[in-house]
Design a protein around this ligand. Structure first.
Ligand code: GDP
Length: 457
C-alpha cells in the first residue's frame, strides 16, 4: 500500500469505451485497490503479489458469491503506476452488463465511482505528470489526426514542459541575484550584471514569441483548417467537393462551435484536418442562383475561412474574377476547373503557388490540389523538433508572461530599482509556472481542466 497521494478513497471506473467489445477494462486506483480487488477476485491472493504482474481468475459477486466473469487482473503498485497510487486493472469480457456487474461489485466492497478525469488528476497531484502533460493526455485521447496526435505526444513526453523549465531556471537565477542585491541595498552593489540580464530577457522574449506564434499552427492542428469553396454557379463546386471527399470522406462531424445548419465535412491531408465549411450551401444549388443570398453567404464563408478555393471555369470566355475576393488573395488558391473540356481554355497558370488547373469531373489534378492546400495552409512549419502550443490556457499564460517581460525590459531602460524589477520577474515566473502547475493552480482551473476528461481517464 502506498500513502503518497493523500487521497482517502479508492476510485473505480470502466476504462474502455461504452458498448460491446472483445474485452473491457475496469480500473481501480487508491490505497485499497489491491484489497478491494482481492475481495471480489477468486484466484491468487492479490495483496501478496508483486507489482507489474498479471493473474488469471474469476470475479464473484461479494453479496451472493455467484460467478460474474472470468478475468485477467494486472497489478501496478504505487508509485510505479499511472496515478502514482496502487492500481488494479481487471480485464473482463467486453459486455456492458458484465462490466457494470464488476463495477458494482467493486463499489460494494468499498471503492467509489471515479469522477471525470480523476485518474489523470491524481497522476498530476502525485507528480507523475505536470499540468501541461495532463492536458496532453486529454488531447491525445481526443486526437483524430496524425498531426494532433504528434503535437499531443510531444507535449506528453514533456517537450513543451522541458522548454519552459529551461526558461524558468534562467529567470529564477536572475531573480535570485536581484533579490540578493536587495539584502545589500546600503552598499550599492550589483550582483546581477544588467547587460547580461538584458540579453537574457531578449532571449526569453524571442523564445516566448516563437511559442506564441506556434499557437496559430497549434490551433490549426487542433481544430483543423477551415476551407471555403467559392465560385460562380456551375463552375463545378459540388463536383470538386465530391472529388475532394472521395475516399477521404469523413463522417459529418459535430465540431464544437459550429451550428447544425452549417454542415462541415472534413478531409485529412497528410495528417492535418481540413474542414470544408458550409458544404450545405455548396450542395443547395438554388442558393447560388439567388445571387444576393448566395454572395452574402459566400462572403461570410470567405471571411471565416483560413483557406479559400476560388473555383473558375477554364473554358468560360467571359471569366471575370470575383472582385470581392481580392482582399483575401493571401489565403486564396485559384482553381481552374474543367481542363478536360475541349472548349476555349485559358492560357497557362501564372503562379504555381496559388493557381492550379484540374478536372473535378475526371479527378485530374485533385491530388496536386490537396498538396497545394497543405503547402498553402501549413507549409513546412510542422517540424517535429519545434514545440507547438495547442492549448488556449497555455497561450494566455505565455501572452501574460510576454507582458511581464516587456515590463521588465522597460523597467530596466528606465533604471527601475531591483525591488521593483523583482516584482515583474516574479509575475513572469508565476505565469510560466501556471502552465506546468509549478505554482498553486486555482482549484477552479484544475476542476475545469480535469472535468473535460471522460470518466475512467
Ligand atoms: P456548382 O454549381 O458550382 O456546384 O457546379 P456543379 O458541380 O454542379 O457542376 C456544374 C456542371 O459542370 C455539372 O454539369 C458538372 O457535371 C459540370 N462539371 C463540373 N466539373 C467539371 C469538369 O471538371 N469538367 C467538365 N467537363 N464538366 C464539369
Amino acid at each position: 500500500m502506498n500513502h503518497l497521494s493523500g487521497f482517502e478513497d479508492t476510485i473505480v471506473a470502466i476504462a474502455t469505451p461504452p458498448g460491446v467489445g472483445a474485452i473491457g477494462v475496469i480500473r481501480l486506483s487508491g490505497s485499497d485497490a489491491l484489497a478491494i480487488a482481492g475481495k471480489i477476485f477468486k484466484g491468487r491472493e492479490l495483496t501478496l503479489q508483486p507489482s507489474h504482474t498479471v493473474h488469471f481468475g474469476h470475479i464473484i459477486d461479494p453479496g451472493g458469491g455467484e460467478f460474474i466473469d472470468e478475468v485477467v487482473v494486472t497489478i501496478f503498485k504505487g508509485p510505479k503506476s499511472y496515478t502514482g497510487e496502487d492500481v488494479v486493472e481487471i480485464s473482463g469480457h467486453g459486455s456492458p452488463y458484465i462490466l457494470r456487474k464488476i463495477l458494482e461489485a467493486a463499489v460494494a466492497t468499498g471503492a467509489r465511482l471515479a469522477r471525470a478525469g480523476e485518474y489523470t488528476q491524481r497522476a498530476f497531484l502525485n507528480g507523475k505528470l505536470d499540468l501541461a502533460q495532463a492536458e496532453a493526455v486529454a488531447d491525445l485521447i481526443a486526437a483524430d489526426s496524425k498531426a494532433q496526435q504528434q503535437a499531443a505526444l510531444q507535449q506528453l513526453r514533456g517537450g513543451f514542459s522541458g522548454e519552459l523549465a529551461q526558461l524558468r531556471d534562467q529567470l529564477i537565477n536572475f531573480a535570485a541575484l536581484i533579490e540578493l542585491e536587495l539584502d545589500f541595498s546600503d552598499e550599492d552593489v550589483e550582483f546581477a550584471d544588467r547587460a547580461q540580464f538584458k540579453s537574457l530577457i531578449a532571449n526569453l522574449k524571442s523564445q516566448i514569441s516563437n511559442l506564441l506564434n506556434s499557437f496559430q499552427l497549434g490551433n490549426v492542428i487542433k481544430n483543423g483548417v477551415a476551407v471555403a469553396i467559392i465560385g460562380k454557379p456551375n463552375v463545378g463546386k459540388s463536383t470538386l467537393l465530391n472529388a475532394l471527399l472521395n475516399e477521404e470522406r469523413a463522417i459529418v462531424s459535430d465540431i464544437a462551435g459550429t451550428t447544425r445548419d452549417t454542415i462541415e465535412e472534413t478531409l485529412n491531408i497528410k495528417g492535418v484536418l481540413f474542414r470544408l465549411i458550409d458544404t450545405a450551401g455548396i450542395r443547395e444549388h438554388t442558393l447560388d442562383q439567388i445571387e444576393s443570398i448566395g454572395i452574402k453567404r459566400s462572403k461570410q464563408n470567405a471571411e471565416k475561412a483560413a483557406l479559400i478555393l476560388h473555383l473558375s471555369d477554364i473554358t468560360d470566355p467571359d471569366n471575370t474574377p470575383i472582385d470581392w475576393l481580392a482582399p483575401f488573395a493571401d489565403k486564396t488558391i485559384t482553381v481552374w476547373n474543367k481542363t478536360d473540356h475541349k472548349g476555349n481554355q485559358k492560357s497557362a497558370i501564372r503562379n504555381k503557388e496559388s493557381e492550379i488547373a484540374i478536372s473535378a469531373k475526371n479527378n485530374t489534378g485533385i491530388e496536386a490540389l490537396k498538396d497545394l492546400m497543405y503547402e498553402k495552409a501549413i507549409g513546412d512549419t510542422i517540424k517535429t523538433e519545434n514545440t507547438i502550443v495547442t492549448n488556449a490556457r497555455h497561450y494566455e499564460a505565455l501572452a501574460k508572461m510576454m507582458e511581464s517581460l516587456q515590463a521588465i525590459e522597460t523597467g530596466m531602460e528606465q533604471g527601475l530599482t531591483g525591488d521593483l524589477l523583482s516584482i515583474d520577474i516574479r509575475r513572469a515566473l508565476h505565469y510560466l509556472g501556471a502552465i506546468t502547475g509549478q505554482v498553486e493552480v486555482d482549484r477552479d482551473i484544475l476542476g475545469t481542466i480535469f472535468g473535460k476528461f471522460c470518466i475512467g481517464k
